[in-house]
Design a protein around this ligand. Structure first.
Ligand SMILES: *Cc1c(COP(=O)(O)O)cnc(C)c1O
Length: 381
């Protein structure tokens, strides 16, 4: 192993998707691979998800979808986030499904279809209560009618009707039932005007696991694809048949004995309470280790596993390194440090890190930067 690596178990991604496919059937699975596949690496993760049965791949940006195609990834690919002047012609040439939340987006896509002679596969997105993208319900009939006009000209096929949930990670939240009802109404309105969607889709990971009635024809799990729990207060990954695909590992760069009362790292946030052994880990916030993982007087740092013992980050996380107080552990330079991985292997988890940093496991895994090598294991798929 180099000084540090992000290890990604592709069989875990494959098996997680297979598990989600069983839960979702007869709905199909769109594995969401935006954000460099939540930090796991776009193309290898996409292929592993397809090996597990994902009929669709979902990305946020068109650039991500085009990168999949450039790598030779087939199957259905949908990109949902666009800005004015997007590379629509490239998207259509690459056979990428596209989305519109407003009439001007339909107009841009229709113009690209006219120029290129390729019919766009279009998904119409309703804002059923998320308050992010999606058409306001008041404007939905206009969006549907504009899309139908473009369809009549042979410029688009309206293949999808879709929306996104705001509170699916809180099962039983009143917004879930409201959004479900609003989505049914929006889909019914579009269908009453003549849209015959191939897929209606609403569910993210949390809804895939906890809201059967939100599955419709296609579910869009992201986090669960990578073996993390979208409802950590309710279920650990293993409870729902998932296993984490990512672990972050490093080697101790230096081990040294210091006296009691020794300040550690910037600002001396942490001071040794006795003579102790410090271990230096060559990873920092430029690699994706959150500075909020620091430990000191205000609270313990994030956990790491070294030599079978779980220790905590001592002092501030720096740009390229952090320190762990190893007490009297028998450690030496070169020993393996596991930041997080699989609880089943006794390793701290991305969720433990999220709890220590006041964030969600999504952000912990998605932050790990290209500076660190991604090492793929169990990839002979
Ligand atoms: C990110 C995203 C998803 C996946 O969400 P998870 O909570 O990771 O399952 C699904 N749909 C849309 C529109 C998204 O932006």
């Amino acid at each position: 192993m180099p000084h540090a690596e992000v290890r990604v178990d592709l069989a875990a991604i494959r098996d997680n998707v297979a598990e989600l496919a069983v839960r979702a059937a007869p709905a199909q699975v769109m594995a969401v691979v935006k954000g460099d596949a939540y930090g796991h690496g776009l193309v290898p993760s996409a292929r592993a998800a397809q090996a597990g049965g994902a009929a669709w791949l979902g990305t946020a940006t068109l650039a991500e979808a085009l990168a999949l195609r450039a790598a030779g990834v087939g199957g259905r690919v949908m990109a949902w986030l666009s800005a004015p002047g997007e590379r629509w012609a490239d998207a259509l040439a690459a056979d990428v499904d596209v989305s519109a939340s407003a009439p001007w987006v339909v107009a841009e896509i229709a113009a690209a279809a006219r120029e290129t002679g390729r019919t766009a596969r279009l998904h119409l997105k309703a804002d059923t209560g998320m308050g992010r993208s999606g058409s306001p319900l008041a404007d939905w009939p206009t969006l549907v009618d504009d899309a139908l006009k473009a369809r009549a000209e042979g410029l688009v096929e309206v293949v999808g009707l879709w929306s996104h949930l705001a509170c699916a990670d809180e099962p039983g939240h009143a917004a879930n039932a409201q959004q479900l009802a609003a989505f049914r109404d929006a889909a019914a309105l579009a269908e009453s005007r003549g849209v015959r969607p191939e897929v209606r889709h609403l569910a993210n990971s949390a809804a895939t696991l906890t809201m059967r009635d939100a599955h419709f024809d296609l579910v869009r799990p992201g986090l669960a694809t990578y073996g993390l729990s979208p409802v950590p207060q309710q279920a650990a990954p293993g409870d729902v048949g998932l296993r984490p695909a990512m672990s972050v590992r490093a080697r101790l760069a230096l081990v040294k004995r210091v006296p009691a009362g020794h300040g550690v790292s910037y600002g001396h946030l942490y001071v040794t309470d006795r003579e102790s052994t410090l271990g230096l880990v060559p990873l920092g916030y430029a690699d994706g280790v959150p500075r909020h993982a620091s430990g000191g007087s205000a609270g313990p740092g994030a956990p790491v596993l070294i030599g079978g013992v779980t220790r905590r980050i001592a002092g501030r996380v720096c740009m390229d390194q952090f320190v762990v107080d190893l007490r009297d552990d028998d450690a030496r330079a070169g020993d393996e440090v596991v930041l997080f991985g699989d609880a089943a292997a006794g390793e701290p988890t991305a969720q433990d890190w999220a709890d220590a940093c006041g964030t969600i496991s999504y952000e912990i895994v998605a932050r790990f930067a290209p500076r660190l090598p991604r090492v793929y294991v169990n990839g002979e798929l």
